[in-house]
Design a protein around this ligand. Structure first.
Ligand code: KIV
Length: 289
C-alpha cells in the first residue's frame, strides 16, 4: 500500500522506526521500494553525488523536477519527498508555495522538505495551507554551509541547543509533518524526539530519532568526496562497480565479450544473398570506372 505522511505519524505513535533513503533515479528508487524502504527523499544532495558540485547550492528547480519525476515512477509503495532547492523558498512566501506546488503537480512528489527554523515558518504555514505536507530540516543544514562555516556538528553549546529546540517547536507549530535532524549530538536528538509530537528522522543524530535517513551513495561507498563519521558502509558497491567496469573493458579489448550467447542470429542464406548482391553491385561499379 502507498505510504503517506500519515504512515510516518502512525509509525512514531507505534514506536516503529521510519526508514528513509535518498533516491534520484527510477532504477534505484524501484530497488529501494522493493526492499521496503518507507520513504524516498529526492534530496538536493543530488547536486553533489549525482552532478558533481561541491555543495548543494547550485541545484535548480529544474534539476529537482527532473529527478523527482524519475523517482516517482519507481516508487510503488514508498512515500516520495522532494527537497526545495536553495533560493526556491527563502525569498518570498509566494515563491515557496509556487515551487512546492511544482514539485507536487509537475513531478508527483507527495511532500516537500525545506531547511531552516523560525525564519522559514511563514513558508511552512503557507505551503501547508496549500495542502502540501512539509518536512522540516534542522541542525546541519547544507544550504547554509557558507553561514555555518562548513559541514560541522551543530547544537553542542547551550545557546545552539536551545535554538534548536525553539526552532524545532516553531517548525512543528507551523505545520511541519516531520523533521530531519542532521549532525547533532545523539542525546539532544533523542530528547527532541521525545518533546516533539511529529516524527524526527536523523542523519548523524544517533539512534534516538524516530527514523533514519542516509544518502545512498554514502552507505554504498559510491561517493568519496566527503566521508562523515555518521556514515556506515552497508556494501562496497562503489568498489564492485569499479571492478565490474574494469572487467568489462578488459573483456571487450580481448574479444571475450560479447560471446555467442549475447549475439543475435541471422539465417546464413539471408546473409549470403545480401553479401552476393553487394559484391555484384560493387563489381559492376568497378567495371564502370
Ligand atoms: O539532500 C539530502 O540528501 C538531505 C538529507 C541529507 C537529509 O537533505
Amino acid at each position: 500500500m502507498k505510504n503517506t505522511v500519515m504512515t510516518l505519524q502512525r509509525q512514531k505513535r507505534d514506536g516503529e522506526k521510519i526508514t528513509m533513503l535518498t533516491a534520484y533515479d527510477y532504477s534505484t528508487a524501484k530497488l529501494m521500494d522493493k526492499a521496503g524502504i518507507n520513504c524516498l527523499l529526492v534530496g538536493d544532495s543530488l547536486g553533489m553525488v549525482m552532478l558533481g558540485y561541491d555543495s548543494t547550492l547550485p541545484v535548480t528547480m529544474e534539476d529537482m523536477l527532473h529527478h523527482t519525476k524519475a523517482v516517482v515512477r519507481g516508487a510503488e509503495n514508498a512515500l516520495v519527498v522532494a527537497d526545495l532547492p536553495f533560493m526556491s523558498y527563502q525569498v518570498t512566501v509566494e515563491g515557496a508555495v509556487k515551487n512546492a506546488g511544482r514539485l507536487v503537480k509537475e513531478a508527483g512528489a507527495q511532500a516537500v522538505k525545506l531547511e531552516g527554523g523560525r525564519e522559514v515558518c511563514p513558508q511552512i504555514k503557507a505551503i501547508t495551507q496549500a495542502s502540501i505536507p512539509v518536512i522540516g530540516h534542522l541542525g546541519l543544514t547544507p544550504q547554509s554551509v557558507n553561514a555555518l562555516g562548513g559541514y560541522k556538528v551543530q547544537g553542542r553549546e547551550i545557546d545552539a541547543a536551545e535554538k534548536l529546540l525553539e526552532d524545532a517547536l516553531a517548525v512543528q507549530n507551523a505545520g511541519a509533518v516531520a523533521l530531519v535532524l542532521e549532525c547533532i549530538p545523539g542525546s539532544l536528538a533523542e530528547w527532541l524526539s521525545e518533546v516533539l509530537t511529529i516524527p524526527t528522522i536523523g542523519i548523524g543524530a544517533g539512534a534516538g530519532c524516530d527514523g533514519q535517513v542516509l544518502v545512498y551513495q554514502d552507505m554504498l561507498a559510491m561517493y568519496s568526496d566527503l566521508s562523515p563519521k555518521f556514515v556506515k558502509n552497508f556494501g562496497s558497491i562503489g568498489e564492485l562497480m569499479k571492478e565490474s567496469f574494469m572487467t568489462y573493458a578488459n573483456e571487450v579489448k580481448k574479444g571475450i565479450f560479447p560471446a555467442v550467447e549475447h549475439t543475435y542470429k541471422i539465417d546464413q542464406e539471408v546473409l549470403d544473398k545480401v553479401k552476393k548482391k553487394y559484391e555484384e553491385e560493387h563489381h559492376d561499379n568497378r567495371n564502370d570506372h
